[in-house]
Design a protein around this ligand. Structure first.
Ligand code: HEC
Length: 180
């Protein structure tokens, strides 16, 4: 208490000594909390805002993420050119199991595994492919026209010892039936 630089009067004064300091203090005491509140609000609301440069929350991206899995598109059954060949369907949809033998699937080209199945006839094989059998989901889990699946079955069976005819496109089959 015997500090020479401070008189008794000095030690009772606060940090605010001039009217200017008072004004600055009052403004700061009012403005700072407001700024902090605004920043907090921004922080809390930020989880609905996309990150800079990200389109992950755009309406389109969200719609794609929550789209139902089994969307069916209308395919013109007579439009053979737009349909996939048996080989294309096989590579896209069936190869995962039927090239590797995964899940116990008979492998492409494995005549021993296929011969008994082939004897049941194309209709039976096609029925299993469309409805599913054992570990195989309907259509192998795909979304193809029945005709495309039939082509894939014929492709696979013929590579594995069968001699099935290439299936007729539905329109041709219908007009062939009508011509009879
Ligand atoms: C998830 C794996 C998987 C996929 C994908 C898959 N299959 Fe299979 N497939 C199997 C299994 C397993 C079997 C044997 C089923 C049984 O006999 O129990 C099988 C059997 C078959 C058979 C013989 C059916 C019978 O009656 O003996 C045919 C034909 C066939 N698949 C066609 C296809 C075609 C065509 C596709 C593609 C469109 C396909 N599979 C995709 C697993 C699969």
């Amino acid at each position: 208490m015997s500090d020479a630089a401070h008189t008794d009067n000095d030690s009772h004064e606060g940090p605010i000594r001039t009217p200017k300091q008072l004004v600055v203090t009052v403004v700061a005491a009012f403005v700072l909390p407001v700024v902090i509140i605004i920043m907090l609000i921004n922080f809390v609301a930020s989880d609905t805002k996309p990150a800079a440069g990200s389109e992950g929350l755009s309406a389109e991206a969200v719609a794609r993420r929550i789209a139902p899995v089994g969307v069916s598109e209308f395919k013109d059954p007579g439009d053979v050119k737009s349909m996939k060949t048996g080989e294309q369907v096989f590579q896209a949809q069936c190869a995962a199991c039927h090239n590797t033998g995964a899940a116990g699937a008979p492998k492409l080209g494995d005549e021993a595994a296929w011969s008994a199945r082939i004897k049941t006839g194309l209709d039976a094989l096609l029925g299993s492919s469309l409805k599913g059998k054992g570990n195989m989901p309907p259509q192998g889990g795909g979304d193809h026209s029945d005709f495309e699946i039939a082509r894939a079955v014929v492709f696979m069976a013929n590579k594995s010892g069968a001699k099935f005819d290439e299936p007729k496109p539905p329109a041709a089959a219908a007009s062939a039936a009508a011509a009879k």
